[in-house]
Design a protein around this ligand. Structure first.
Ligand code: FE2
Length: 381
């Protein structure tokens, strides 16, 4: 997206609505409901016209793309009550667009949905009560939308029962069954295969980077927590990545360019997956963060890249440990938190296994199911 395109002298904006539409060179700029700018080409917007000349009542499209000219231009754009009326030149065709619908499909667009945060999110993490979201679609929609925007959410009053965590996942989607089962216990074990099942502190990390594809949502449900310590922390990996991009552009590029391999092995399983720490989309926006030093193999890369990569990797680790980026979550029995596992890293402080009990159950699910539920609920709200 070229946000620096020179303004076209023929641009016209009539803004009697918070959402605005105007032409900037060969781009059209939409100021969305959240104030973010979204850009798309004039030809794309013209192709989105759904007037009876352009779309048959069956929903099939009548537009012949061969008819678009290089001279296509927005002559006038008026916005009223969230609907833009655009008059096109040179042919004088008129199109109408519901801007909220345009905002939802404008490519590539993940913008408005992701609201970066740092420590200030503590106390403002999207939260709800379990009985409210289970019985009220508008409350479920509100909570799930918050989870999508922030990448994290908290639920209170979840029944303290075995496997309830998986039933929460089924309020919005499907459980991702893995070699750990439909759901799994997180508590101190003797001779554990995973450090999660010790009382050790765990730095902020994403889960299961050794799977391909990686689970995109994780839920953790607290069944008991009488031990001292064991507080959870969450960190917005997108926010940290942008800090690294600003501080050290070359190091940021190294984290995005170099693949590393993550593994997990026990008596019945051997998993391995290779991916970069930062995965970018074609516009350069961070699409996924993968950070888990416990399961990362020694990185294989050119010697002259190692120092740069490790400098950025260490910087990443230091920012994750910086309280300025961390939001704390204190789980009491019946609380649950959910994270977007490709964005928000989670960790915990160490706890004393000798003076109490700490028992969590977790499960995995996927964000496409969560987004689907939000969209389907929105049809009737
Ligand atoms: Fe974890």
């Amino acid at each position: 997206m070229d946000v620096n395109a020179p303004a076209d002298p023929t641009s016209t904006t009539v803004a009697d609505d918070p959402m605005r539409l105007s032409q900037r060179g060969q781009l059209v700029e939409l100021i969305g409901s959240d104030g973010d700018a979204i850009h798309f080409s004039t030809v794309w917007l013209r192709d989105m016209c759904s007037c009876p000349e352009c779309v048959h009542p069956s929903g099939q499209r009548l537009i012949d793309p061969a008819g678009f000219t290089d001279e296509l231009v927005v002559v006038e754009a008026r916005v009223e009550a969230g609907v833009a009326t655009v008059r096109w030149g040179p042919d004088g065709h008129t199109s109408q667009y519901v801007l909220a619908e345009l905002e939802a499909v404008a490519p590539p667009h993940t913008g408005g949905a992701r609201q970066p945060w740092a420590a200030e999110l503590a106390g403002h993490i999207p939260a709800a009560r379990h009985d409210a979201i289970a019985g009220d679609d508008s409350e479920l929609h509100r909570w799930l939308s918050g989870v999508e925007h922030r990448g994290v959410g908290v639920l209170h009053g979840v029944p303290i029962a075995d496997g309830e965590v998986a039933r929460v996942a089924e309020l919005f989607g499907h459980v991702r069954v893995t070699n750990y089962g439909r759901y799994f216990d997180v508590r101190t074990q003797i001779d554990p295969a995973n450090l999660a099942n010790t009382s050790l502190a765990l730095g902020p990390h994403t889960d299961n980077p050794y799977r391909d594809p990686v689970p995109t949502m994780q839920l953790l449900h607290c069944l008991s927590s009488s031990a001292t310590g064991g507080e959870n922390v969450v960190v917005d990996g997108f926010r940290v990545a942008e800090q690294i991009r600003a501080d050290d552009p070359a190091g940021f590029a190294a984290l995005a360019d170099c693949d590393v391999t993550f593994t997990y092995s026990d008596a019945h399983t051997h998993l391995a997956a290779t991916r970069p720490i930062l995965e970018l989309d074609r516009t350069g926006q961070v699409r996924a963060v993968c950070f888990n030093s416990r399961s990362m193999l020694p990185p294989v890369m050119a010697t002259d890249t190692q120092a740069l990569w490790y400098s950025a990797y260490r910087h990443f680790a230091r920012l994750l440990a910086d309280p300025g980026f961390q939001a704390r979550i204190v789980l009491t029995p019946g609380d649950l938190f959910i994270v977007d596992n490709r964005r928000v890293l989670h960790g915990r402080t160490g706890y004393s296994a000798g003076d109490g009990n700490r028992h969590l159950q977790g499960c995995y699910a996927d964000i496409d199911g969560l987004r689907s539920k939000i969209a389907v609920l929105a049809r009737t709200l």
